[in-house]
Ligand binder design. Structure first.
Ligand SMILES: [Zn+2]
Length: 240
């Protein structure tokens, strides 16, 4: 005959093991550690983002600088040409005007490029400062993380014997049950936190559904382990 009392005790002790583990998972220091870990990941991502931005900006500055050099060369050439024309009596005023206009246009492009370059350089400086700042804050986070980790490790060590003691207790209770029942319990546990239920007014206390007369009768006999045909939980009489 199945030791129902032990089956219930098994479920209760198992729940106690779970709750001890959960308690350990949710200590303030543990939650703090999780938060710090998330913040550290965020920092790393931010720095990566900055670094990508800086690389792109560097390429942009290089390209713009080359373009500026070319424009300045063109401007010098245009200036030389204009100087020659000014010496040349055969140069028409229309030619002079066109040359001056070309120079003006070049100067406009040069100025707007210079402006873009200045702002790109400023952005780079600012971003580099942000990176430095992020690194500094990251270093502080890392220190806080290490400190929290030490506390969490201590908590774990302190909790370990308590949890192990409960687990041992569970093991001892399991000896009063058959391996098949323990196995069934563990399989059901994947679905429900409470694999063992009882009947109350022909209803399964697990899923609250009505069970068949057969199940009800078998349950009433008080000697057999039945199962709820709705949820599959083990139905065991509960000794008072
Ligand atoms: Zn049920």
């Amino acid at each position: 005959m199945i030791n129902f009392e032990m089956l219930w005790k098994y479920q209760q002790t198992d729940a106690e093991v779970d709750s001890l583990k959960k308690e350990l998972e949710n200590t303030p220091e543990r939650l703090k550690l999780k938060k710090l870990r998330r913040l550290l990941t965020e920092q790393t991502d931010r720095i990566k983002g900055f670094e990508t931005g800086l690389r792109d900006k560097e390429a942009e500055i290089e390209a713009k600088s080359r373009e500026l050099e070319e424009l300045l060369r063109s401007y010098d050439l245009e200036q030389e040409e204009l100087n020659i024309m000014l010496e040349d009596e055969e140069a028409t005023s229309a030619e002079l005007t066109e040359s001056r206009k070309a120079m003006e246009q070049l100067m406009d492009r040069i100025n707007s490029l210079k402006k873009a370059l200045t702002s790109a350089v400023e952005w780079t400086k600012k971003t580099e400062a942000d990176v430095k700042d992020t690194y500094a804050r990251g270093a502080k986070l890392k220190r806080d993380y290490e400190a929290a980790k030490t506390v969490v490790d201590t908590e774990k060590m302190e909790h370990k014997p308590v949890i192990e003691k409960k687990e041992k207790e569970l093991e001892l209770i399991a000896r009063h049950l058959t391996p098949e029942i323990v196995k069934r319990y563990q399989t059901l546990k994947k679905k429900f936190p409470n694999p063992v239920a009882s009947l109350s007014d022909n209803r399964c206390t697990g899923c609250l559904m009505n069970v068949s007369m057969t199940t009800s009768r078998r349950f009433a006999s008080g000697t057999e382990l039945t199962e709820c045909e709705n949820c599959g939980r083990m139905i065991a009489p509960r000794g008072e």
